[in-house]
Design a protein around this ligand. Sequence first.
Ligand SMILES: [Zn+2]
Length: 363
Amino acid sequence: MKNILSLLAVVLFTTAIIAPTGAQQPQGPGQGAAPAGAPAQPPAPPVRTISQVRGDLYKVQSGAGVAAVTVFLVTPEGIILADPLNPEFSAWLKAELATRFPGKPVRYVINSHYHWDHARGGGMFTDTARFVAHENMARNLALPIRQARPPGDTDDLDGDNRMTREEAQTGTRANFDRMNGNGDMFLTQEEMAADIRRPDITFSGERYTVTLGGKRVELVHAKNRHTNDLIDLYFPDERVLFAGDYVWINRLCCNFAFDRRPMTTWIASLKALEQIDFDIIVNSHFEAGTKADVVAYRQFFEDLMAAVSAGIREGKTVEELQKTIRLDKYRNWNGYTQTAVATPSLEQAIQSAYANLTRYSGN
Ligand SMILES: [Zn+2]
């Protein structure tokens, strides 16, 4: 089982983390580096696109396929930006915004959570912006790695509060050299957080509203889905929700085995999102969708959990469940019949649900 779970971890997160900044990121050994002796290839320019979602709300995509996504809202008094993603991206975005919206500086940067693949690069906007996040974000950045793990299934296995290249997994390994500021053999929490601007404004409740130029965005705590500081951004005038990791559209999910929180926590978070009055959902990765897509995604979690729970009660092995659970309703989703980047197959989803349900209380 361990090997299959490791594979699942790689499948889930490798591309998700590498894709956002595209070929600008140096690759670690075994992570796409050219073979020794091969001629050096010039890096391809990253694919970055800005598109209107609704009204003055725009989506910015960095990278193709799985991508990393952020949003910004233009108001008469300036711009409210969500995740800055990384220094190269935010430098590019700052120039784009100056050209497209002259005289409208970024006044707020709202970090969805502490993970480096979304939170880095805020320093580009410190001259004009204030930084907002859930209070747990600042805490997480100061915690030992084991208590605030990096994205990409990476953990500090030997507990020495620093990661070797071997301990770092997937995207964190691929970006090891980039983040290893002092060039030694280890990656520390401080090094991963070096490009992350700490918030000026934090909140601790369920919601916090940022207003600017007569427009508003509501920050909604995601109730411990994925990380304990994760917030989703609700734009009530546009009826749009920007959701952090992972609310995927027509796509199997997730690595519940590594996640270390009961599947029921995810389901409760998704149900809370359904109570919000929105039409369009923009995700931190992958495609945008509608509220109906979020409902279907939550139902997938519930159907998967129910089927695997029933099998566990009957004493079946995970291998038996992988052969018998079909969940045909989701046959057209990414990952079900074909391999999709950063997406588990149905067998892998069953395996991760099995591990979660037999490991964590609260399910
Ligand atoms: Zn994350």
